[in-house]
Design a protein around this ligand. Structure first.
Ligand code: PSV
Ligand code: MN
Length: 428
């Protein structure tokens, strides 16, 4: 991890600047009749999990350009996650993906996490790739495959993920399947969905007490004509069919272009079926870009729906919020830190909405003022607040420069020689 003295030294250097910003924000809040301390307390409880697969360099279907010091095992991934958490202090859990993160010693991994200050969030199953030595193939589907034996294998893999999650202290299983077709007529659209429901019934039936199944939909890719769980409608239908232990997970990149994601969030809250998020950003499709890097206003509006739901007591307290990003041209640790901060920023801005003014404007159909109330909160510079909450929790006022000046990347580059086959294609 990073030397705490290094963090303190950097913080001392940045402190005056942050205090100045905080002072300005306090005066702004006073003028607007908002209590900054209440916002601060809520913000201090904001958390988002790190995807274990996000600390390695991603790639596209064309190529992958690995960088020095990439983690070669789940242990090294945890070490990198611990550094992110050390600096930003709002990422105390890691979301594992199996079998990518397979280990025979789950109890040991849990202890390792604890020693690093990390817990484990939802576990993710992988039936979108064939595993070495597998006798059955997912080429034509997994939970919805026409062959019952393949469906059984996919169900069993999901149940094995749950078992691993139990050993790690997780409480949720995220299920994303790549099942779908490339040609009209390739599969029966209704029957594939029925097979999905039947397979998911078996998985939900195997969940231990207190566990939740998170159903993740995605419009397209790798299937390009139809995907079995393609949209929030299919996801909601399935979650309703599967009962109270199944809920929907919203990955921000998995929607049709121009879709109103904040409205989907509101609908899922209404249905009591919002289970969690995979946060990221996109311009064209499932781009897996850094959260808040393309459409920060959309992110703010999603957070606004969450804040509104929480105010009404309608937000589940066990919401599973994670990032799901692919870092192709940046240091993944830097991207994940700044993405966590971007999420925190959007949430802080949503907490600064003047709800009384918004409701009054809505009630009197004053569209302009209603929009302006939201925009005023969105325009508020909350960076000093975020920095000071981080510092209070032992983190860095400026995570990026603290990380860069710490020499962590150079150190792990020396400690982790790249495997010979580091390049090539590959997603994630
Ligand atoms: C699929 O694109 C997805 O969003 C799912 O969450 C997978 O688990 C993850 O990406 C794999 O990178
Ligand atoms: Mn996802």
């Amino acid at each position: 991890m990073i030397d705490p003295d290094h963090i303190d030294g950097q913080n001392t250097h940045d402190e005056a600047h942050v205090l100045e910003g905080l002072d300005h924000l306090r005066r702004q809040c006073e003028r607007r009749g908002l209590d900054l301390d209440v916002v601060r307390q809520r913000l201090a409880r904001f958390e988002v999990a790190i995807p274990s697969w996000g600390v390695g360099t991603g790639g596209t279907r064309f190529a992958r350009f690995p960088q020095a010091g990439e983690p070669r095992s789940v242990h090294e991934k945890l070490a990198d996650c611990a550094v992110i958490q050390q600096l930003v202090r709002c990422t105390p859990r890691v979301s594992l993906h199996f079998p990518w993160d397979h280990t025979d010693d789950l109890a040991g991994l849990r202890e390792e996490g604890e020693a690093l200050g990390l817990g484990f969030d939802a576990v993710n199953s992988n039936t979108f790739q064939d595993q070495p030595g597998a006798s059955l193939s997912y080429k034509f589907g997994s939970l919805t495959h026409t062959d019952a034996a393949v469906r059984r294998a996919a169900i069993e893999h999901n149940l094995a993920c749950v078992e691993a999650g139990v050993a790690l202290g997780s409480r949720a299983l995220t299920v994303w399947i790549a099942d779908g077709t490339n040609f009209p007529g390739q599969q029966d659209l209704s029957r594939s969905f029925e097979r999905y429901l039947e397979s998911m019934e078996a998985i939900v039936a195997g969940l231990p007490e207190g566990w939740m199944a998170l159903l993740e939909h995605k419009l397209y890719e790798p299937a390009f004509y139809s995907t079995v769980v393609s949209d929030w409608g299919s996801s909601l239908l399935a979650a309703q069919h599967l009962g109270p232990r199944a809920r929907c997970l919203v990955d921000l990149g998995h929607h049709a272009p121009t879709v109103n994601i904040e409205q989907i969030v509101a609908r899922l809250v209404h249905a009591g079926k919002l289970g969690g998020f995979h946060f990221n950003d996109s311009k064209y499709g499932d781009d897996d870009l850094d959260a808040g890097s393309i459409q920060p206003f959309q992110l703010f509006l999603v957070c606004h729906e969450l804040v509104q739901a929480e105010r009404r007591g309608a937000l589940p307290t066990d919401l599973a919020t994670m990032m799901d990003q692919s870092h192709n041209v940046t240091d993944p640790l830097e991207s994940l830190m700044l993405s966590a901060v971007a999420l925190q920023r959007a949430f802080a801005q949503a907490l600064l909405v003047d709800h009384a003014a918004l409701e009054a404007a809505q009630q009197s159909n004053d569209a302009l003022v209603a929009a302006e109330v939201l925009r005023q909160a969105f325009r508020t510079d909350v960076d000093a607040l975020l920095a000071s909450v981080r510092q209070e929790q032992g983190g860095a006022l400026d995570p990026l420069s603290t990380y860069r000046t710490s020499g962590y990347r150079a150190r792990i580059a020396a400690e982790r020689p790249a495997p010979a086959s580091g390049g090539g294609g590959g997603i994630v």
